[in-house]
Ligand binder design. Structure first.
Ligand code: 5GP
Ligand code: ZN
Length: 114
């Protein structure tokens, strides 16, 4: 999508701190980190929200989880623990409408989710 900031990152039009990449996904450092490790993982193909994922037709969810495992290893937070979050729509806190997973870690995270 032409006006989507994460599509522009995927297309290389906006630079990012590239952490991990494969055919399906791109992972990069969040521009406003909420924790010592805060990585965003996006499917390369534009999908607006979690509600738009057809789990019977694509393996986007599996691809995001596989990438989260790799990111956690790369960032050295797998053993201590981390949080993987997908915000959906306004009350879920979604601001960028290109599906993405947050991987947060590197400190003890709050028990509350919001
Ligand atoms: P949301 O609230 O939609 O789940 O999260 C969007 C995230 O994307 C936010 O944490 C925000 O800091 C991050 N973000 C927004 N624009 C950019 C950008 O241009 N570059 C990077 N690296 N992160 C961004
Ligand atoms: Zn997009």
């Amino acid at each position: 999508m032409s006006d989507c900031i994460f599509c522009k990152i995927v297309e290389g039009k906006i630079p990012c701190g590239n952490i991990y990449e494969d055919e399906q996904v791109l992972a990069f450092d969040d521009i406003h980190p909420m924790a010592p490790v805060h990585v965003i993982i996006v499917p390369k193909k534009h999908v607006s929200t979690l509600l738009d994922v057809d789990v019977k037709k694509s393996d986007i969810a599996g691809n995001l989880i596989a990438a989260a495992q790799k990111v956690a290893q790369i960032k050295g937070i797998a053993a201590k623990g981390f949080r993987a979050v997908i915000n959906c729509n306004a009350e879920g806190g979604q601001v960028v409408f290109h599906l993405h997973m947050h991987v947060l870690g590197g400190r003890k995270l709050q028990d509350q989710l919001g």
